[in-house]
Write a protein that binds this ligand. Structure first.
Ligand SMILES: Cc1cc2nc3c(=O)[nH]c(=O)nc-3n(C[C@H](O)[C@H](O)[C@H](O)COP(=O)(O)OP(=O)(O)OC[C@H]3O[C@@H](n4cnc5c(N)ncnc54)[C@H](O)[C@@H]3O)c2cc1C
Length: 586
C-alpha cells in the first residue's frame, strides 16, 4: 500500500497564495478565522488522516464488514479511529454553534475531508453521510426534533444515513413506494424496503439516525408525493438516551467491488416509528439539502483517491529501474534508469498530477463560494448560491470520472505489479469506482447540469459562474496567461449559451460531453490562474512545478475539450437512429 502523505504544500499554496485566504475571511466577515488558524487545522487533520486512518485502509479492504446476528461489525480499528475522530471534534467542524458545532468555514474543512477520503475511503463514508444528514435536520426539522437529535449528530455521537434507493427505484425516485402511516401522537409508522444504504448499521455508535423517503396515504403520485422521515435505530427515553429498539433492521450487506469496509445495507422498515422532517410531500426538496452536500463530498472522494494513486505511482516510478531513457542514460551507476525518466511514464504521472491538482483548485474555489454563501447576506450570497448549484454536478461528475482515469493510470505505472494486490493500487481503482455511481450517477449529473442548471432562468447560473471566473482572470498578473484564460472562458461561455433553447432530446444526448467540455475548460482557466499566482511563490518547487504542469495541461489535456465540444452542438439523430433490434441483430 502506498504510504499516504497529506498534500499539505499544494493545499497551503491554494489557500494562501491562490485564494488569499486571509483577505477572503476579512471580506466575508468570518470572525476569528485567519490563515494561521486554517493552516493549523489542516496540519492537525493531515496528522490524523496519515496516522490514525490511513494505516487501517488495507486491512479494512481485506477483512471487510460482517453481518452477525443482525448487526454489522466493521474491521479492526475502525470504531476506535471513529471515536478518536469525534473526540477531537472533527465531525463538528461545520456544525451549527447553537448545537455545539464549530461553525468553521468550508475552506478549512474541505482539505481535511479530501485527506480523509484519500487515507481510507471506506472509513470516511459514514461520517460524510452524517454531515449531510446534519444539514437536512438543521434546515428542515422541527425544533423538537432538533433538540433531540442535532447535537449528537453534529458531534458524531450518533451517525446518520440517507435512505432513498429501493430495488425498483434508483435514479427515478418517483417510483419509490415505501409508506408512512400517521399516528395519533404525531409520529408515523414507516414501512418499506431500502437497498444500498451506506452505514445502515455498524458498531461505532449507540444510535443511528435514518433519514427515509416514504409516501403518506393519499399523497400525489410521482416525486410530489414523497415525504422525509427521521427514523432512529433506537427510540429515545425521557432523558433523550437510546432505549427501545425501533422496528428497523438490516436484511443483508452487499458483497461488492470496492469500499469493502463500508457497510452497504439492505434496510427493512417494518412499521418503524419516525417523525416528519419538513413539509408533507416536500421530502425530495428536503433530501436535496442532504444530497447536494453529499454530491460535492463524492467529488472530494474522487479527488482523494486520485491523490493517493498519484503518490503511489510517483514513488514507484522513482524506484523501479527498467530500460535506458531515450533521451540518454540518466543513472549510469545503475543497470537501468528509473521509470520516471521514460517520456511515456512522465506523461502518465503528469496526467495524474495535472488532473488531481486542477480538481483540487476547483474544489477549493467551490469551498470559497460555500464560505461566501455561509457568511454573507447580500448580493454576493445569491451569486455564490448560483455558482455552487452550477458547479455541483461538475465537481461530482468530473472529479469522479477523473479519479477512475487517474487511479487506472496508477496501475499502469506499476505494470503487472499494479494489477496484483500487494501494492494497493488496484484497491484504489475498486474503491473509487462507486463514486461515479452513487449520489446520482454521473449520467444523472450531466443531465442535471445541461437540462436544469444551464438552462434555468435563461442561463443565470452560467452567468454567475462565468462572472466569478472572469473576476479571477481579470486579477491575474501574467498578461500572456490572462489572455489565454480570457479566450478560453469566452469560448466556453459562447458555446454554453448556444445550447440555450436546444431541444430536450439533443441536450440529453449532449449531456456528458457538455459536462466534460465545461470541466476541461474551467480547469484550463484555473491552471493558468494557478501558474500565474505560483510565479510569486517563495517556494521554487511550486513556481516551476505549477508552470510546467500548467503547460502540460494546456498542451496535452485541454485539447480533450474540443472533441467534446464537437458533438455538443449537434442533434442527437445519430443516437436515435439505431433501432432496438439493430443493437444485436436478433
Ligand atoms: C455501494 C453503494 C452505496 C450506496 N449508498 C446509498 C445510500 O447511502 N443511500 C441511498 O439511498 N442509495 C445508495 N446507493 C444507491 C445509488 O445511489 C444508486 O445505485 C444510484 O442512484 C443509481 O441507481 P440504480 O443503481 O438503480 O441505477 P439506474 O437508475 O437503474 O441507472 C442505470 C443506468 O441508467 C442511467 N440512467 C437512468 N436514468 C437516466 C436518465 N433519466 N437519464 C440518463 N441516464 C439515466 C444511469 O445514469 C445509469 O448509468 C448506493 C449504491 C451503492 C452501490
Amino acid at each position: 500500500m502506498p504510504q499516504f502523505k497529506a498534500p499539505i504544500t499544494d493545499i497551503q499554496f491554494l489557500l494562501n497564495d491562490w485564494l488569499a485566504i486571509d483577505k477572503h475571511y476579512q471580506d466575508i466577515g468570518a470572525e476569528g478565522m485567519d490563515a494561521e488558524l486554517v493552516n493549523e487545522i489542516i496540519a492537525q487533520g493531515a496528522k490524523f488522516a496519515e496516522e490514525a486512518v490511513a494505516p487501517l485502509n488495507r486491512e479494512g479492504d481485506e477483512i471487510g464488514c460482517k453481518l452477525i446476528d443482525g448487526s454489522v461489525s466493521t474491521p479492526p480499528g475502525f470504531p476506535e479511529a471513529y471515536h478518536e475522530y469525534i473526540a477531537n471534534g472533527w465531525n463538528a467542524m461545520l456544525g451549527n454553534p447553537d448545537f455545539d458545532g464549530q461553525d468553521l468555514p468550508h475552506s478549512a474543512a474541505v482539505p481535511v475531508h479530501e485527506m480523509l477520503s484519500a487515507a481510507n475511503l471506506s472509513w470516511r463514508l459514514t461520517s460524510i453521510l452524517t454531515e449531510s444528514a446534519v444539514l437536512a435536520v438543521d434546515k428542515h426539522a422541527t425544533d423538537d426534533l432538533k433538540a433531540q437529535y442535532l447535537s449528537k449528530l453534529i458531534s458524531g455521537e450518533w451517525t446518520g444515513t440517507m435512505n432513498l434507493t429501493e430495488p425498483h427505484a434508483g435514479s427515478d425516485l418517483s417510483l419509490l413506494n415505501s409508506k408512512a402511516a400517521p399516528q395519533a401522537d404525531g409520529s408515523f409508522l414507516v414501512t418499506g424496503n431500502k437497498i444500498f444504504i451506506t452505514g445502515g448499521d455498524h458498531d461505532w455508535t449507540s444510535n443511528i439516525i435514518h433519514l427515509v423517503l416514504a409516501r403518506l396515504p393519499n399523497s400525489p403520485a410521482g416525486v410530489k408525493g414523497i415525504s422525509l422521515f427521521l427514523v432512529p435505530k433506537f427510540l429515545l427515553d425521557d432523558k433523550g438516551e437510546p432505549a427501545q429498539r425501533n422496528s428497523v433492521g438490516v436484511g443483508s450487506i452487499e458483497k461488492k467491488m470496492g469500499i469493502k469496509a463500508s457497510p452497504t445495507c439492505v434496510m427493512n422498515f417494518d412499521a418503524a416509528k419516525g417523525w416528519l422532517v419538513g413539509e408533507e410531500n416536500n421530502g425530495l426538496a428536503c433530501m436535496f439539502t442532504m444530497m447536494n452536500d453529499a454530491r460535492f463530498q463524492v467529488g472530494i472522494q474522487g479527488l482523494g483517491t486520485a491523490e493517493a494513486s498519484f503518490q503511489g505511482a510517483l514513488s514507484y516510478a522513482r524506484d523501479r529501474l527498467q530500460s535506458r531513457a531515450p533521451q540518454g542514460t540518466q543513472q549510469p551507476e545503475q543497470k537501468a534508469d528509473a521509470l520516471l525518466h521514460q517520456p511515456d511514464v512522465k506523461k502518465m504521472l503528469l496526467t495524474q498530477k495535472a488532473l488531481t491538482e486542477g480538481c483540487r483548485a476547483l474544489a477549493m474555489l467551490y469551498a470559497q463560494q460555500m464560505d461566501v454563501e455561509k457568511y454573507t447576506s447580500d448580493e454576493r450570497r445569491s451569486q455564490a448560491k448560483k455558482v455552487i448549484a452550477f458547479l455541483t454536478p461538475i465537481c461530482k461528475g468530473f472529479m469522479t470520472d477523473m479519479a477512475t482515469e487517474v487511479t487506472n493510470i496508477g496501475i499502469q505505472v506499476y505494470g503487472g505489479h499494479g494489477y496484483v494486490r500487494e501494492w494497493g493500487m488496484e484497491q484504489l481503482v475498486r474503491d473509487t469506482r462507486i463514486a461515479q455511481l452513487y449520489e446520482g450517477t454521473n449520467g444523472i449529473q450531466a443531465v442535471d447540469l445541461i437540462g436544469r442548471k444551464l438552462t434555468r432562468d435563461g442561463g443565470d447560473m452560467l452567468k454567475a459562474t462565468f462572472d466569478l471566473l472572469s473576476s479571477r482572470v481579470a486579477a491575474m498578473s501574467d498578461i500572456g496567461k490572462q489572455e489565454q484564460a480570457s479566450a478560453l472562458l469566452q469560448e466556453w461561455n459562447d458555446t454554453s449559451k448556444a445550447l440555450l433553447g436546444a431541444k430536450s432530446v439533443d441536450l440529453a444526448g449532449a449531456a456528458t460531453d457538455y459536462l466534460h467540455y465545461s470541466a476541461y475548460s474551467i480547469l484550463g482557466v484555473l491552471w493558468l490562474d494557478m501558474a500565474s499566482a505560483a510565479a510569486h511563490s517563495s517556494n521554487e518547487l511550486i513556481v516551476k512545478g505549477k508552470e510546467n504542469t500548467c503547460n502540460f495541461y494546456i498542451k496535452r489535456l485541454l485539447p480533450r475539450k474540443d472533441i467534446h465540444k464537437s458533438v455538443i452542438l449537434t442533434a442527437a439523430d445519430d443516437l436515435m437512429a439505431l433501432e432496438d433490434q439493430q443493437y444485436d441483430y436478433v
